[in-house]
Design a binder for this molecule. Structure first.
Ligand SMILES: [Zn+2]
Length: 266
């Protein structure tokens, strides 16, 4: 009996250890992730360049990774450098470039009369949401998320999320403009005030919170009227669907799950 109990204890210990890091070796990555990469590449939304080179697929540990990663040193044809080389999948690269072109650069011109030339960013990382043990895997674990800590402008100014969110008026407004604008381009956008983890950066990703990928998470909810109108730049609703088969995506609305606030983050 004692031996049976011992075996049970060891087995459940292993089970706990595995679920603790969320990496079951027999789990498979959701099919939509690879399909979204394929659709993005088939549309030529990201092409290999001096700033984005193809890498071989990343498989593991566990379900972490992506089929066709890029190593990215700059976005927007080299205009916007990344503070550190990023490993990312095609969809988040394409959507981030859309957001930079339609929202971030016009906002930077409007508020500062300068261009954004660098973003301090985070990228691929095989980890759980907010590094919390037992939490679900982060979209970072699939190269499907970007963290933005700061924007460096062509006049040398550094606008940090941590310092600017409640800082001088022009930086507060610029950061709110790009934050609110991001909610049109990504399915998850988190910033200061959303939880205790995002006081110093924006998290943007293309998670599918429901099978159709229509639910949006955009937190915190801000009372802010954007001055940049992306529809003036690229027509109605800029959100790409990456093979989801959906039509134009409606503006983000708080979902039931978001209102209840049970989604843990990211
Ligand atoms: Zn993040």
């Amino acid at each position: 009996m004692r031996r049976v109990m011992y075996a049970f204890t060891v087995l459940s210990g292993v089970g706990l250890a595995l679920s603790g890091c969320g990496l079951f070796s027999f789990e498979e990555r959701e099919a939509w992730r690879g399909q979204a990469e394929q659709a993005c590449l088939a549309q030529g939304l990201v092409q290999p360049s001096a700033y984005a080179s193809r890498m071989s697929s990343i498989n593991g540990p566990g379900v972490c990774g992506m089929e066709q990663p890029f190593r990215v040193t700059a976005l927007a044809g080299g205009e916007v450098e990344l503070s550190r080389t990023a490993t990312l999948a095609c969809p988040i690269i394409a959507s981030t470039e859309d957001w930079l072109r339609d929202i971030v650069q016009p906002a930077s011109q409007l508020y500062f009369g300068a261009r954004v030339v660098e973003i301090r960013s985070g990228d691929y990382s095989c980890r759980t949401r907010n590094n919390q043990r037992g939490a679900r895997l982060s979209e970072h674990a699939f190269g499907n998320a970007v963290d933005v800590m700061a924007f460096r402008l062509s006049d040398g100014r550094l606008v940090t999320v941590q310092g600017g969110w409640n800082g001088e008026a022009v930086e507060r407004e610029f950061l709110r403009e790009v934050f609110v604008g991001a909610c049109r381009y990504f399915t998850t956008v988190l910033g200061p005030g959303s939880d205790r983890f995002h006081y110093d950066h924006f998290h943007i990703d293309l998670a599918r919170h429901d099978p159709a990928g229509r639910i949006r998470v955009c937190r915190p909810t801000l009372k802010f009227t954007p001055r940049i109108d992306p529809q003036a730049v690229s027509g109605p609703m800029s959100t790409r669907t990456f093979g989801m088969g959906a039509g134009p995506t409606p503006p983000p609305e708080p979902s039931a799950s978001v209102r209840k606030g049970f989604l843990s983050l990211y």
